[in-house]
Design a protein around this ligand. Sequence first.
Ligand code: OXD
Ligand code: MN
Length: 611
Amino acid sequence: MTDIDGVMDAAGLSNQHVRDYVHRYFELTGADRIEVVNASDDARLLREALDAGELAPAGEGRYYSRSHPKDTARSEERTVVATSNPADAGVYNNWRPAAEMRPLLEDRMRGASAGKTMYVVPYLMAPPGSPLEAFAAGVELTDTRTVVLHMIRMARVGVDHVNDLGDSFVRAVHVTGDLDSLGQGTPDDQRWFVTLADERTILHYGSSYGGNALLGKIAHGLRQATYDGWASGDFLAEQFLLLGITDKQTGRKYHVCGGMPSASGKTNLAMTLAPDALGDRYRVDFYGDDIAWLRADPDDGRIYAINPEYGAFGVAKDTNEKTNPTAVEAIAEGTGTIFTNVAYNEQTQDVWWEGKTKFPPADVTGWRDWKGELISERSEEEKDAPWAHPNSRFTTTLANIPNIAPDYENPKGVPVDAIIFGGRTRDREPLVRAVTDLAEGVYDGLTLGAEATFAAEGTEGVLRYDPMSMRPFMAYPEGAYAAHWLKVIGAATDQPIFAHVNWFQRDPEDGHFLWPGYRDNLRPLLWLMQLRNGEVTGRQTPVGVVPTPEELDLTGMDLRPGDLDTLLTIDTARWQQEMAHREEHLAQFPDLPEAIWTAHRRVAAALDDQA
Ligand code: OXD
Ligand code: MN
């Protein structure tokens, strides 16, 4: 018999509610052993994982892991938000009754950790002392050691975060299951990833990868938190980046947060630096690349944001010196980074992914792809297959990011000057358009989307809408979500400005990107700050305020003649088409606040006037 209480005593885990919860799931899952984890256990757990072959060394102080090949990504179709109130059903949250899902998950989990250790991981998803701390604590129970190592990088981990909390922590249970035989992606799929939002309980079964398994991140930091933010009326939890810009000349500091659907450059923007030509004047600080929690502060009437995470779980693909130099430094040797599902060379302990360098290593000796197959033994048909999985990742703590903001742990968070949305659109969306009205800003977020890139994703040129980039994390109905946005931001007397950005416009003739992107993306943000300060006026269009060509600081840039004009032009006819799609998209959401429809109609009428 495992002496569970003895282990918890020895670890100083004194919260009786946590202890009862651990007992219950230890018995249910049938684990053999139990261990309570603190961040200081990292070095020992790394050694154990290396000895067990769960990790391989990837140079000094870096590690490599492979997931099961059937377990490489989030699985939206198996992800459910369950509560006891059918009125919580939305369009995107795959709502199911809690009374149905809890027994279903507990059945799957029963005995499924036999022979394994149950790791008890107490964590905090906020800087300690944050006004939102009450929503941030959780205890993950997991039967996979590499999940623990990821949690130590992605969240603040230790018993002190939960000992004094009574019952107010999120119960987050992760059971891996037998990944060989879960019928992933078949009609007999056994996996379920469930957030029992009104019970503040997360039950995930059938994966050991990413957000399916690191429950502090997406399941708690987004799904549970967005529900808590709504239920409490206190805050918003969004899949947002957060960065700071300091004007060294004036000493002013600005903060920008915002959402972008996947593959729209969010991580690169979050970690960006100022372009060389503007580096003497501006410094960019990193706060977060994936999640922000926002609240109105009664003291100064501003919106404050925190990044609840402690690390970055970044997509490796295309990360290199040009696209993201700060990430390259943050995952260098000595950083404790864990790479998952990239290519690995067991002889040199090197890692590689598509886009790390222009071409893969010429000498393929020792290289294995993400599935562990030797590149040198690939057949003719396999020879062009990617070496790394497109969703391969690096996991590193925030402190490794070279331009981490000095005040990133400030419990209060930072005041937000602008909220931006940005998709990947080849035409129509200008480089930047500012929206100064709250309802119109929320409307813009609700109609955010990315172009369908493959036929399988939809019709070419039609957006796959991804409201606020939260489509996979919505936890309650979209109408209520919009109303909650209006309420939280509306409570601020000094509100952020909204803007829509697009780095991906292409020339209709030859397809070249009109804007170089990457570090130059700071320039439209600087213009936005000037607009907010009243230093520029821009040009009013039916869809917002766009810069005049003279207002953008293009020092050191070499844009092709004519490209800037196109970047700042509103194509009224294309916008009118888009308005019809938007109407259909928004009509799915019953109870959308009238203010959102009014904003939609106002934009539509302004476009019609211009046509
Ligand atoms: C995601 C992530 O899946 O950030 O969105 O991991
Ligand atoms: Mn994300």
